[in-house]
Ligand binder design. Sequence first.
Ligand code: DSN
Length: 479
Amino acid sequence: MSDLASTASSIYSQALGVIEQVEPRIAAATRAELRDQRASLKLIASENYASLPVLMTMGTWLSDKYAEGTIGHRFYAGCQNVDTVEAVAAEHARELFGAEYAYAQPHSGIDANLVAYWSILAHRVENPTLERLGAKTVNDLSEEDWEALRATFNAQRVMGMALDAGGHLTHGFRHNISGKMFRQLSYGTHPETGLIDYDKLRADAREFKPLILVAGYSAYPRRVNFAKMRDIADEVGATLFVDMAHFAGLVAGKVFTGEENPIPYADVVATTTHKSLRGPRGGLVLATAEYAPSVDRGCPMVLGGPLGHVMAAKAVALAEARQPAFQAYAQAVADNAKTLAEGLRKRGVDLVTGGTDNHLVLLDVGSFGLTGRQAESALLDAGIVTNRNSVPRDPNGAWYTSGVRIGTPALTSRGFGAAEFDAVAELITGVLRATTPVATAAGTPGKAKYLLADGIAERTRAAAAELLDANPLYPGLEL
Ligand code: DSN
């Protein structure tokens, strides 16, 4: 057993023993989660396994300190250690991504996106209004001017990727506060190629004239050309905001370089830290020096008190991501996604855009006669954890869907390579072929119920166990 595994075994065994004394159900659920994660093929494109040092860093008394405000400028006394933690996390983020400014406080990806939006509104709308009216802060405005400014916020326009093309709810959709804050126009993908249609996007942007052009996705299996996005934003006077929550690890690992690296092109970039970046659950905002003062107002403008223990874990994860091994990991994530896509394609599975050049693959399961929900559930029965997802122009809507999204970051962290991912493609195809939809009482195909052929779940779990046992999660950690 390695020194780290032996230390972690001892720390976690003792800690869970202590927790057990207070609330045994929580100790049991924590142990069960490790068992479940060890025993399943985790293919959710947005999940990963943080390292033991990252996990350990989250369990400390840094959690107990209030530190609203920003480094060196807090609303509470005694924040010197949280200042250090936040400064180290921000320094690693700036160095890793080559960004002018980094803000480590956001608690999640949605929070990071909200900080980004409000900082852009502050920079583009609020600050010029204050200047025009000769006011220092919004408190100096008359009731009338304040109401006028509030109405101006709400009249701003955002253009982002359509949800069924792979965009995220926070890119201006009605089910998210971003859709209530802004008027929104979506850009989709080309009906034949499935790729972003930059010419159409440019033409639509000329008409719509957004304040903010959002680039980024959570279910688009291809790379984005951020130089083209910058050009379009400049042409219409928009701020370019990139949501790289999904692919931050590929940027950090230098798989996305040149025009595929958003940092040199965007004004503001937001990300999560727990997906391909493999850190703790949380968010991060990067910005140019021009936008930095507005981003720095994120707490308390949008965010509650920063989570010192999580910012500390972000610093540890970002330090890990600056090591050469992380570049090898990120390249393997992309290579494995190609292998997985090819393995599925050659076995007859329809893939949106025909393949991938990032970390995710989007299966269209319509040709199996299944909805995404049926496929997701059948795969789960067989120990394969995925999530259903809309495909472009999805006939089954956003709840049942026609797609399943799978990604390689987590299993690549376990050490899976080309042979393992080809075997995973075989297992997925086998389960989809062995699943039949159950008709409703009226005789029409149901969208939720399904039947899995006898024995397939057990056989798939057994085959998966061989792959998983050969690539253990937290090897040597015993509880
Ligand atoms: N939940 C993330 C994902 O799965 O893509 C985005 O919010």
